[in-house]
Write a protein that binds this ligand. Structure first.
Ligand SMILES: *Cc1c(COP(=O)(O)O)cnc(C)c1O
Length: 392
């Protein structure tokens, strides 16, 4: 019997065999020419994956929170004002980081967890607050809410703000176009849709953001995250020259190189389309089971994860029941509704068979918890969704 569970949480996710093989290869020196070449290639490919042809990429050892910290530390100066489009736990986290660097933060919430402010509400807040920065969590992993970054970024630019996007749970899964959409800085982490084990903070800053950083009146208040140290390192790797500030996570960079090749091999548009198609099938299965989702409107549902309320009479023991069916899903995270829902990640190398296996496990798990549904109903609905798509 295979003693392996399918990992369907919102990061880390399932990784491809080639990525894992790169992780397990003998570690090279961080100044070996073959490693310099791999790092340089990863930087250039990161630009393509972020759709950021004129952007400056950063690859630094750390989690997604470091990527948030790095963007804030280098761009925010004391007394800058930030408008936070707040859709949950990670929007709150970004706000706390901005405040740590002396920013004045204004939060704009939706009506309840799972909701998001409307474009009209964001516009009127931009008019009254006149912030220097607009902060957007593309997909808030605590609620499964995805906001319309394209329209929000356009509004932000219209009101002359710098637009910062936390793309940790979207980038390389849900569509993000850094340059075309006018995003000034966008960040992610390796373990989500990028498809590499945890440990890399990834960010791209556009030319306006780099100019803002270079024009700072105050020093960067963080030693490890300071772009004054990292920019020359990134430039050296891209010029295929050795350099050192902090030792890079060598094996993770080797794995990132492989994953970025795989992502570009699939193509960004087909990759976005695969995430849309599979999330639609997953949701069809969840709907067929009669379960309700946390996002309050259909257009707010993310393609990279789903946040689903437990049905009447079922609680978090469902997680263990699903685990016993061979699939790992995650519990709630948003403090206001934490015990009422669970989360399923479907991003990165996720396939139709992963979706089917997960729905089957949820269905059986629910049955173990006493919830009644027609056997096979979720998988059938997902199959149907996939087949309609395929014949189109
Ligand atoms: C996961 C996540 C983070 C935090 O990333 P870590 O790697 O856990 O530090 C931040 N923002 C969003 C939207 C996330 O999904």
């Amino acid at each position: 019997m295979k003693n392996r569970k399918l990992l369907m949480i919102p990061g880390p996710v399932e990784f491809t065999p080639d990525v894992l093989q790169a992780m397990g290869s003998p570690t090279t020196s961080h100044v070996a020419q073959i490693f310099i070449d791999a790092f340089g290639e990863a930087l250039a490919n990161l630009r393509k994956v972020f759709l950021a042809p004129s952007g400056q990429p950063f690859i630094v050892a750390g989690s997604g929170t470091l990527a948030m910290d790095m963007v804030a530390a280098n761009l925010i100066e004391p007394n800058d004002s930030v408008l936070v489009v707040n859709t949950g736990y990670f929007s709150d986290r970004f706000a706390k980081i901005f405040e740590r660097y002396g920013a004045h933060v204004t939060h704009l919430h939706g009506k309840s967890p799972g909701d998001a402010p409307t474009l009209e509400e964001v516009e009127s807040a931009l008019k009254s607050v006149r912030p220097a920065f607009l902060s957007i969590t593309h997909v808030d992993t605590s609620t499964g809410v995805s906001v319309d970054v394209k329209s929000l970024a356009a509004l932000g630019r219209q009101y002359d703000t710098f637009v910062l996007v936390d793309g940790v749970c979207s980038l390389a899964g849900e569509e993000v176009r850094q340059e075309e959409w006018g995003i000034d800085a966008v960040l992610t982490a390796s373990q989500k849709a990028i498809g590499v084990p945890p440990g890399l903070a990834l960010a791209v800053a556009g030319p306006r953001a780099m100019q803002k950083f270079k024009n700072r009146a105050t020093p960067v208040g963080n030693f490890y995250a300071d772009w004054n140290e990292w920019l020359p390192i990134m430039e050296a790797y891209e010029a295929r020259k050795p350099s050192y500030f902090g030792t890079p996570a060598v094996n993770l960079v080797w794995a990132l190189r492989v994953s970025l090749q795989e992502i570009l091999g699939e193509g960004m548009e087909p990759r976005f389309a695969r995430h849309r198609r599979l999330s639609r099938a997953f949701r069809a299965g969840i709907d067929a089971l009669g379960l309700k989702q946390v996002p309050t409107r259909a257009e707010l549902t993310a393609t990279t994860l789903s946040a689903i309320y437990y049905p009447e009479g079922v609680d978090a023991t469902l997680l263990k029941a699903i685990d016993e069916e061979g699939v790992l899903v995650a519990g709630g995270l948003h403090p206001a509704i934490k015990t009422k829902y669970f989360r399923v990640g479907h991003m990165g190398s996720v396939s139709a068979s992963d979706i089917m296996a997960t729905l089957a496990a949820i269905e059986s798990g629910l049955a173990r918890c006493g919830y009644k549904s027609e056997p096979g109903i979720a998988v059938a609905a997902a199959q149907k969704s996939l087949s309609i798509e395929e014949t189109r």
